[in-house]
Design a protein. Structure first.
Length: 655
């Protein structure tokens, strides 16, 4: 029982210890962060001053419940400790002063405008400034870090935050965010509508210049930097981003529609969107688009020893410059643009619509294949697939009909080149066949002879057609004969040039040989006995064959009144030239000379015998005939006897 009570007691003590520990942790956590709720400028200023002097807390939150207006106070809000400003849908107006009124981040502090996972409209905050009555301001809205012992700073900016409305003169590097010594992490939000009336080396919205051993880094993960302007009085760098001896990493977001203007064409500016001078940059994800007005590099300008890497999926498009609409590379470093990075559909008035590369001091630029972009060209209205990098210089602008492709299998170096990602018009030659016989379609045997030409031609080429491998095709009912093409040669003027070949159908002819007999006597027709001897030839001949006639099986035919004799054909041989070749055989009739004369003699003899009136008395001719018969009989018997004697002797000798 006592043991049970002790166990319960220990359990209760353990629970109390855990509760005490959690409470202490909660109190400790609360003690590490201090929150200020402010509704006007005085409260905001006091919060900044309290943060400066606070030694108890490690981080602070300023939560706005109303708009804050610095007015003519010229107050510089300096943050030397980690602080989060939550706008809750309100505005901080930095006032009307020319040289004062802004936000500074110093001594290694981090200022976050918004936070990573806001609730409601916590992150909605606009930081702006009123335009001074005279002139432009001389400082940016926010300055990161400081010179000398003022140290570094970090600015984090999240979705919902806007930096806008700043107009500065040439005394400020940037109009919105000036990185003097530190890091700017842009996770979201917008920087827009800011103007820099720049002298040499100034930028539009975000800038950093390292004049000593300072850290200048801009990391962009999201958000938009858009519609900012640099008005150049001499020469300037970029309408949006300028880094001198710094580092830029872009992992998302967009830099769009920024402008670098110049007072005259004799002045120069560099980088409509991004300008890098002796800086490194990685462009991994995101878009640089619609930036205009730069002399060199509408999208990006890289100078001195700037090293850039542009990865697959990054897009640089619709930017405009005089040279290098997408990228102007004037750096001495070695840089890489990977396959799949899109630098296309930019424009340049003087050359290099997409890229201008200046060869200097052994520099190089490795280019991915243009085809890997999987993009179409829109600037010429064709929407044709981009297939390669082509020369696009001032005196040799790209022309799809006379395009000069550049080999990028090796890095660009040793030569200055102006490039456009485009295509070359592929002019091809096709063939078709037609029948000249209206009611006769071409058979497959003919269509299979259509020539195929895979060669790619250029506009202006003069092409002769390919002759089909066969020009005669025999089919069951006749023959197709190729008559030729519609032209002996054609000028390549359209994307597809077609030669039309014509075939003529000749109906099949069975060449035969026939026979006919004629009588040489005009008044004597051939009897049936002769006509029955007409040869019959069932053989089918070919055109051009030479045929000898078939002789009749009999060449003489006796009839009651005479004899017909075959005299021959009209030719010994004939060439087959017509559908029917005929041989004509001639027969000649000879009348029998004894017919008619013998009858008269017999009749005279009968009449002479009857004169004597003795019909039973034989004439002397009968006794002559009797003697002849007797003599013949005797001779025959004698011959038989001789044969018998000879045979008998032979039998005796054989024994």
């Amino acid at each position: 029982m006592k043991k049970m009570r002790r166990s319960k007691l220990w359990l209760m003590m353990l629970s109390l210890a855990m509760i005490f520990s959690m409470t202490c942790n909660s109190v400790f956590a609360q003690e590490t962060e201090r929150t200020f709720t402010v509704s006007n400028f005085d409260e905001f200023k006091q919060a900044v001053q309290d943060i400066e002097g606070d030694t108890q807390y490690d981080s602070f939150v300023i939560s706005l419940t109303d708009d804050i207006d610095f007015a003519a106070s010229g107050f510089n809000a300096e943050f030397r400790k980690d602080t989060v400003i939550l706008g809750n849908g309100h505005t901080i107006n930095l006032g009307t002063e020319l040289s004062y009124g802004g936000i500074n981040i110093l001594n290694g502090a981090t200022l976050s405008l918004g936070k990573e996972n806001p609730t409601g409209n916590e992150n909605v905050l606009m930081i702006t400034v009123e335009e001074p009555a005279v002139g432009y301001r001389s400082r940016a809205l926010i300055i990161i870090g400081g010179l000398g012992d003022r140290g570094t700073g970090v600015l984090n900016m999240y979705d919902g935050v806007e930096l806008t409305g700043s107009k500065v003169n040439g005394s400020s590097m940037a109009s919105a965010v000036n990185i003097q010594n530190g890091v700017f992490n842009m996770y979201g939000g917008e920087i827009h509508g800011n103007t820099n009336l720049a002298t040499a080396g100034m930028s539009g919205a975000v800038a950093g210049r390292n004049d000593s051993d300072y850290k200048i880094t801009f990391n962009m993960y999201g958000g938009s930097i858009h519609d900012n302007t640099t008005d150049s009085r001499i020469s300037s760098y970029s309408g949006a981003i300028f880094l001198f001896d710094g580092a830029m990493n872009m992992y998302g977001g967009e830099i769009i529609n920024n402008h670098a203007n110049r007072a005259s064409t004799s002045m120069y500016n560099y980088g409509g969107g991004v300008s890098l001078y002796n800086s490194s940059a990685v462009f991994d994800k995101g878009t640089i688009s619609g930036n205009t007005g730069s002399t060199y590099g509408g999208g990006i300008y890289a100078d001195q020893n700037s090293k850039i890497t542009i990865n697959s999926g990054f897009v640089i498009t619709a930017n405009t410059a005089s040279y290098g609409g997408g990228l102007n590379y004037n750096s001495t470093a070695e840089s890489v643009i990977h396959d799949g990075a899109v630098i296309a559909n930019n424009t340049a008035t003087n050359g290099g619509a997409d890229i201008t590369f200046y060869s200097k001091n052994g520099n190089s630029l490795t280019l991915g294949s243009a085809g890997s972009m999987n993009a179409v060209l829109t600037t010429d209205g064709s929407n044709k697939n981009i297939s390669g990098w082509y020369v696009d210089s001032l005196n040799n602008r790209w022309d799809p009909d006379a395009a000069e492709e550049v080999d990028v299998s090796s890095p660009l170096s040793d030569v200055t080149v102006h490039l456009v990602a485009a295509y070359e018009n592929e002019y091809s030659v096709n063939y078709s066949f037609v029948s000249s016989t209206a009611d006769k379609e071409l058979p497959n045997e003919v269509l299979e002879l259509l020539p195929s030409d895979s060669q790619v031609y250029k506009k202006g080429d003069v092409i002769k057609p390919l002759t089909p491998i066969k020009t005669h095709v025999v089919v069951s009912d006749g023959e197709w004969i190729f008559k030729g093409y519609d032209a002996e040669e054609k000028l390549i003027e359209e994307a597809v040039t077609e030669f039309v070949g014509t075939w003529e159908f000749i109906e099949k002819i069975e060449y035969k040989v026939t026979y006919r007999f004629e009588s040489t006597a005009a008044d004597k027709e051939l009897p049936n006995e002769v006509m029955e001897l007409l040869p019959s030839d069932s053989q089918v001949y070919e055109l051009g064959d030479v045929v000898a006639p078939v002789m009749p099986i009999k060449t003489s035919v006796s009839v009651s009144d005479g004899e017909w004799t075959f005299k021959g054909y009209d030719a010994e041989e004939k060439p087959i030239e017509e559908a029917v070749t005929e041989f004509v055989g001639t027969w000649e009739f000879s009348e029998n000379p004894h017919i008619g004369t013998d009858d008269n003699i017999n009749e005279d003899a009968d009449d002479s015998n009857n004169v004597h009136g003795n019909e039973s008395t034989p004439s002397t001719d009968d006794s002559s005939h009797l003697w002849l018969f007797t003599s013949t009989l005797l001779i025959s018997g004698l011959l038989v006897a001789v044969v018998l004697v000879l045979k008998k002797k032979q039998e005796i000798s054989e024994r």
